[in-house]
Design a protein around this ligand. Structure first.
Ligand SMILES: [Zn+2]
Length: 193
């Protein structure tokens, strides 16, 4: 039986790298995959998933209005798809996560989602909340804080390196940078300690 997977972590843990590797493993065995990423994520250029270590692959994009069940159904009508990969899955809507779950159940295609668990305020992203609720399998992709402990939180910093505690959940194209920290150091950075 196909499953809905959620691989979650904080920023810069290498999620896209893992996604690309997993897809490559299918392709190497002659199996076709399809890659999806959020329309708003343009870091790697249009319709492409890129990783910090320099690898990348073409992808289709989705925006909040897209019906992902219909998209996958369309792919399956044309080819045998071994697995669907979704990057930036924190940006999925509730409805889209449900569409992916239906694709897994009714079309019998595995769907592997990769995304951030929490935003810079420590709040769950909507897509991640839905995936944490409904995924069949979950796996944490680990990265470390500067102190060596596991990083589970992220701070958004302004150009001067000050941690921001307010603002929109999603901010693309600004001068902010993100740093992954353990909870203790996140609390220190955001003035909770
Ligand atoms: Zn730390």
């Amino acid at each position: 039986m196909a499953k809905l997977y959620f691989n979650y972590s904080t920023m810069n843990a290498g999620k896209s790298t893992l996604l690309l590797q997993a897809s490559y493993n299918y392709n190497e065995r002659g199996m076709e995959t399809r890659l999806l990423t959020a329309q708003m994520d343009r870091r790697a250029g249009d319709a492409r998933i890129g990783s910090r270590i320099g690898i990348g692959a073409p992808a289709e994009t989705y925006d909040p209005q897209d019906d992902l069940f219909a998209r996958i159904e369309g792919w399956i009508a044309e080819a045998t798809i071994a697995c669907v990969f979704v990057d930036e899955a924190q940006f999925l809507t509730d409805a889209q996560v449900w569409q992916l779950a239906r694709a897994v159940d009714d079309l019998n295609v595995p769907v592997m989602c990769y995304g951030l668990r929490v935003d810079f305020r420590g709040k769950l992203f909507p897509g991640s909340a839905a995936l944490l609720a409904w995924a069949d399998e979950m796996r944490e992709v680990r990265t470390i804080c500067f102190c060596g402990r596991k990083a589970t939180m992220v701070v958004r910093q302004d150009a001067e390196g000050r941690a921001l505690t307010e603002g929109d959940q999603v901010q693309i194209g600004g001068n902010e940078t993100y740093v992954s920290l353990c909870r203790t150091h996140w609390r220190e950075a955001t003035g909770d300690r």
